[in-house]
Write a protein that binds this ligand. Structure first.
Ligand code: PAF
Length: 277
């Protein structure tokens, strides 16, 4: 695997691969099986796979959150080599941002006003800012994102369309632990006890799906809220029933494209999950 620290070295190396189908997997490191699944898909579908590891400052509004983000670079490199990733881009902040550079503002068609966008102000402008930079440097044919971050996928699709970039955005199903907990780098920050309790996010989503013919969305929401209020160590931030294509709230289940999205804090760690059916 070739490792590049600067965009100039990376792009001059990639420019010699004119005939290759380039797959791109952007990450913030602390790689887990969910990331490896993105890389496996990319390896299957592309001739050159580029992974980036970069903890993007503009998408964090909370300094503590960015400072506590796990950093496991040497383990990450071992995992990437094992999976035969071709290229790793691991830049410093100064390679991608000038001093005092401001986050760009994007028109994300309201996708950034709900759920994650509502509770993490400016988050998606930060994501779009860095993804636009990556896409311009790497010029991938396909880019891979995990379904756990459903809202991020829709934001990136909208961005790609607005910028008229010929990049296919591939959504890869969420990989889960045995107890249902979605793989996330933040799981590393959970105690063994909280790792068990955290499975209630997915269990709640599955409960709603299983009972969609039996209860109304309002009743399901109330039921889950009560379950969470009984668990003192878990703070439910939101539970939304939306159309998976545009994230608009739904009052009734549709034939398909229903998404239930959840965010909760456990021991100070913020977790999100969703299911689509
Ligand atoms: O999902 C992530 O890890 C990040 O939001 C991404 C896509 C790497 C952009 O910084």
């Amino acid at each position: 695997m070739q490792i590049f620290k600067t965009k100039s070295d990376l792009s001059s190396s990639l420019s010699s691969l004119a005939d290759s189908l380039i797959g791109f997997v952007p990450t913030m490191g602390a790689l887990h099986n969910g990331h490896l699944e993105l890389l496996r898909q990319a390896k299957k579908q592309c001739s050159v796979v580029v992974c980036s590891i970069f903890v993007n400052p503009t998408q964090f509004s909370n300094k503590e959150d960015i400072n506590s983000y796990p950093n496991t670079l040497s383990d990450d490199i071992t995992k990437l080599e094992k999976i035969n990733c071709d290229v790793l881009y691991v830049p410093d902040v100064s390679d991608l941002y000038t001093i005092d550079e401001k986050t760009k503002h994007f028109n994300l068609n309201g996708l950034d006003n709900v759920m994650e966008g509502k509770f993490r102000k400016g988050h998606f402008d930060g994501v779009a800012t860095i993804i636009e930079k990556f896409f311009n440097i790497i010029k991938p044919h396909k880019a891979y994102f995990g379904q756990k971050d459903l809202q991020q996928i829709l934001v990136v699709k909208s961005l790609t369309k607005q910028l008229n970039l010929p990049i296919e955005i591939v959504s890869v199903p969420t990989i889960r632990k045995e107890n249902g907990l979605a793989m996330s780098s933040r799981n590393k920050l959970l105690s063994p006890k909280h790792l068990e309790t955290a499975s209630m996010l997915y269990k709640s989503l599955e409960f709603c799906k299983a009972n969609k013919g039996k209860f109304s969305i309002t009743n399901l929401k109330n039921c889950i809220k009560i379950q969470f209020s009984e668990q003192l160590e878990v703070d439910l931030e939101y539970l939304e029933f939306v159309d998976a294509n545009n994230l608009q709230n739904i009052s009734f289940f549709q034939e398909n494209n229903n998404a239930i999205c959840i965010a909760a804090y456990l021991g100070g760690v913020r977790l999100i999950d969703n299911i689509i059916f």
